[in-house]
Design a protein around this ligand. Structure first.
Ligand code: 13P
Ligand code: SF4
Length: 303
């Protein structure tokens, strides 16, 4: 029996479902019941009724959101070390400091934050809905964290003043992409469409034809007539893009764009997680209650 077969068997015995982020290893994506971007996975976890266990193959903040949105389920994170460094960049102390400086300004947090931080915000947003969520607020100035590049993207798209907190928050993986590489690739593949994640720098975004979340890139690739795409996001997405569009070509805009945290969830660890029902993601209810409100408000503003 292969590891994938053993996982399928265990999944059935334990009435579990596997949700995997678009950046997961190809072999993990291939055993998942559902693959998606951060917001799609949150919604899927929230709406899950049948399964008793949700194996959430991604990083800490995404699994936390699943546990917050569906507290009756056992949510498992295959690797305890799978922690998003960007989510660690905004602490509760930092939030409190900015709240004192701007007591009457809305605080919107990217879902790439820990539950303890989400508990202090008015509403959350993801890369897929940040423009719509912030655009729908009756406010011209908004505090937003922790991704500075996404903050600037939203500011450009909405015309609102977005104050990034902290001033320097970033994703180490998306920082690897540089417009110079894209210019070289464009010269080699003049027919290709360039897609970039809004966590990329402003210069990199300027070099792109399309900016969107990971699943929005999947949709764009599927619906576009183009036959080739240069992709500026974590390399895991290319597995899904190629599988969904076998007749199209996908070129990673920087060969070593890997999120090491996402890759900690190996197939072996996924198997062990199911077998031993670990690592259970727990969010203390007083924090979960406040964070849930911020996440639910996001779904209300932008479904
Ligand atoms: P998506 O919501 O686009 O999947 O992005 C999540 C993420 O962590 C990007 O680095
Ligand atoms: Fe966090 Fe960046 Fe990895 Fe996404 S790619 S999980 S933002 S470190």
């Amino acid at each position: 029996m292969t590891l994938a077969d053993k996982i399928a068997k265990l999944k059935q015995e334990k009435n579990a479902v596997i949700l995997a982020h678009n950046y997961q290893r190809p072999e993990v994506q291939d055993v998942a019941d559902y693959i998606g971007d951060s917001i799609e996975l949150s919604r899927k976890a929230m709406e899950e009724k049948e399964a008793e266990i949700i194996v959430f193959s991604a990083v800490d903040f995404m699994a936390e959101s699943a546990a917050i949105l569906n507290p009756d389920k056992k949510v498992l994170l295959p690797s305890l070390g799978a922690r998003c460094p960007m989510a660690q960049m905004l602490t509760v102390d930092e939030i409190k400091r900015w709240r004192v400086l701007y007591p009457h300004v809305h605080l919107v947090l990217y879902v790439n934050t820990l539950a303890s931080a989400k508990a202090y915000c008015d509403v959350c947003c993801s890369s897929a809905n940040a423009v719509q969520v912030i655009g729908s607020l009756n406010a011209e100035t908004v505090l937003f964290g922790p991704d500075r590049n996404l903050a600037e993207y939203v500011q450009r798209e909405t015309g609102k003043t977005i104050i990034p907190i902290p001033e320097w928050g970033f994703c180490p993986t998306h920082l690897l992409f540089q417009p110079e590489d894209v210019h070289v690739l464009r010269a080699q593949h003049p027919e290709a469409v360039v897609m970039a994640h809004p966590e990329c720098t402003f210069e990199m975004q300027k070099a792109a034809d399309f900016i969107g979340s990971t699943s929005q890139m999947c949709r764009h690739a599927r619906e576009s007539d183009a036959k080739a795409f240069i992709v500026a996001t974590e390399e895991g997405l290319l597995h899904r893009l190629r599988k969904d569009n076998p007749e199209k070509r996908f070129i990673l805009a920087y060969e070593e764009a890997v999120c090491p945290n996402m890759k900690l969830n190996t197939l072996e660890r996924l198997y062990m997680a199911l077998k031993e029902e670990k690592h259970v993601v727990m969010v203390p209810e007083p924090i979960a209650k406040k964070a849930r409100k911020a996440l639910e408000r996001m779904f209300e503003l932008r479904s």
